[in-house]
Design a protein around this ligand. Structure first.
Ligand code: ADP
Ligand code: ZN
Length: 541
């Protein structure tokens, strides 16, 4: 078998050697066994079911959630003379019937189907009449309600082990935490099957997450200094921001194209083609861009806005450096990202249960913790995917935390000042206003509210506005602040008490630019009067 697989690898796919666990997985499936494959994006999951489908009798049925992706895969396979087809809602009834006839006649080795198609009684009858090589369930994390990409039709795939218990099932995903993994095993009845886990580490990617001051200018500096004339992807949250950023980059002599779901298909396709063919183009896109994109020489992925989970961050950054050469995963983020994403989780209008909402909130908090960590980003990222790190290694040497010379400082006092200032001004104001109070700026608004007379007025002159933004962002990210009815006003969360009492120490990296010109260290103790006293701390906050 190994020799046959090797021949197919070379003759059809044009590769000399299997990568990582591919050979082992293929041999396992060819022998009629089921399995779960956890492999990072770009690891080479497709061959793990394509080659067994070619080697085993009958047709390999591939369940895939994304129409564009299945069309692309089938086109590539056909170019390589593999007998492949797809069935999804874009086909006319006539075309569908023709493919179904072809399946009955044994014309195909691989057929990609949308999950809803697989679930129809009509399709079941068809499947019962033909030999099936295997079922491959791509993006298998979609079965899990806990996952970041739940699709109800995927949940119904539990019908496969019941109706076709003898046919090997191979479930594949690039992201599955322990809970999601358990759901996949349960849904597809893979408890007795083997799990193949590859490392999620991408050692050639350098992770950097920076405080946003002026996102665009920071991006332009980053491209000019680190990646002039190179290909990259820039992710933004909104379509409007995608277009504005692309226009702005072009005006600044960085060739850039836009891509988002609201654009006409022809334009989108043209942009995608150009990006794939040219070496020096930057693609500015929403998260709609990138699935199935296989461009090996993307030198950077930049995020101008925070994605919604570590899974998304990992998948999106994973598109850089597929060729194994050094590449950057760069992101700027600030307090507004946190407020926006928390609001999205809380105001999600879909009728989801409380545990599911809590799971979404937990995913966001994990991402925020990654952004706020002062320790190695890579280790934290891999731990999120339950990958045990070598306990002897505490730093990867290729992320901003490992590379920076800025020391970690105890910023507990600054944090206490920020929290007290929120309390003293009535928990009804936004961050910029509060910073003005802390640095003692007598604006009209501050005078109107009489906040130039509160005890926290001017007690924070040691830090610059940027420095204070970092303190506030950190407290917001770690849940010491909540936002009020109006999204941008800050209030104290119950956990703030432990910081005010000094039971929890706040650690931050603050560089010289985060201090005021006078550059005083943060050593001033809070005067007793500016702190909420213990009685207030117990009852009021
Ligand atoms: P995934 O589905 O895990 O994201 P793919 O199956 O799309 O990854 O493979 C990613 C890229 O790696 C593709 O360009 C594929 O052709 C290439 N690839 C896969 N296996 C090998 C191999 N054994 N040798 C060289 N390249 C490979
Ligand atoms: Zn590191």
């Amino acid at each position: 078998m190994t020799a046959q697989a090797q021949t197919l690898l070379k003759e059809i796919f044009g590769y000399n050697e299997f990568r990582g666990q591919q050979a082992e997985i293929i041999s396992h499936v060819v022998n009629g066994n089921s399995c779960l494959v956890l492999m990072p994006t770009g690891g080479g999951k497709s061959l793990c079911y394509q080659i067994p489908a070619l080697l085993r009798k009958g047709v390999g049925i591939v369940v895939s959630p994304l129409i564009a992706l299945m069309e692309n895969q089938v086109a590539v396979l056909r170019e390589r003379s593999v007998r492949a087809a797809y069935l999804n809602s874009t086909l006319t009834p006539g075309a569908t019937a023709a493919i179904e006839q072809g399946m009955l006649a044994g014309d195909y080795d691989l057929v990609y189907v949308a999950p809803e198609r697989l679930l129809t009684p009509r399709f079941h009858i068809l499947l019962q009449r033909i030999p099936i090589a295997l079922f491959a369930i791509d993006e298998a994390h979609c079965v899990s309600q806990w996952g970041h990409d739940f699709r109800p039709e995927y949940g119904k795939l539990s019908i496969l082990p019941r109706k076709f218990p003898q046919i090997p099932r191979i479930a594949l995903t690039a992201s599955a935490d322990a809970k999601t993994r358990a759901d996949i095993l349960r849904c597809l009845d893979l408890h007795r099957a083997r799990t193949f886990t590859s490392s999620f580490d991408r050692p050639n990617l350098c992770y950097r997450i920076t405080a946003r001051s002026n996102g665009r200018m920071q991006l332009l500096d980053f491209i000019r200094n680190q990646h002039p004339g190179e290909a990259g992807i820039i992710y933004c949250q909104s379509r409007k921001k995608v277009e504005e950023t692309a226009t702005w980059l072009n005006a600044n002599h960085v060739p850039a194209l836009a891509y988002h779901a609201g654009m006409e298909t022809v334009v989108r396709t043209r942009h995608q083609k150009k990006f794939l063919q040219q070496e020096d183009i930057v693609m500015v896109a929403t998260s709609a861009f990138g699935l199935g994109i296989d461009k090996p020489d993307i030198r950077f992925v930049a995020h101008l806005d925070l994605p919604k989970s570590i899974e998304s961050y990992y998948q999106e950054t994973g598109r850089a450096g597929r060729d194994g050469l050094p590449a950057d995963a760069w992101m700027v983020y600030g307090p507004s990202d946190i407020i926006r994403l928390r609001y999205q989780v809380e105001s999600d209008t879909e009728p989801v249960s409380i545990p599911i909402r809590q799971a979404a909130a937990a995913r966001l908090n994990a991402l925020l913790a990654l952004c706020e960590t002062t320790a190695c980003r890579r280790i934290q990222l891999l731990e999120y995917f339950d990958e045990p790190s070598d306990s002897a290694i505490s730093a990867c040497g290729n992320c901003d935390a490992c590379l920076t010379t800025t020391p970690v400082q105890d910023a507990t006092i600054a944090a206490q000042k920020a929290l007290s200032c929120v309390y003293r001004t009535g928990q009804n104001f936004g961050m910029e206003y509060l910073i003005d109070v802390l640095i003692g700026k007598r604006t009209d608004r501050i005078r109107q509210w009489g906040h130039d007379h509160v005890s926290t007025f001017g007690i924070g002159r040691e830090l610059s506005v940027e420095g204070w933004r970092i303190v506030f962002r950190h407290l917001l990210a770690l849940g010491y602040f909540t936002t009020g009815e109006e999204r941008f006003t800050l209030q104290l969360a119950p956990a703030a008490r432990s910081v005010l009492r000094g039971e929890i120490r706040i650690k931050l990296r603050l560089s010289p630019c985060h201090y005021a010109i006078s550059h005083q260290p943060i050593s001033t103790d809070l005067s007793a009067s500016s702190m909420p006293d213990s009685r207030e701390t117990r009852s009021g906050i």
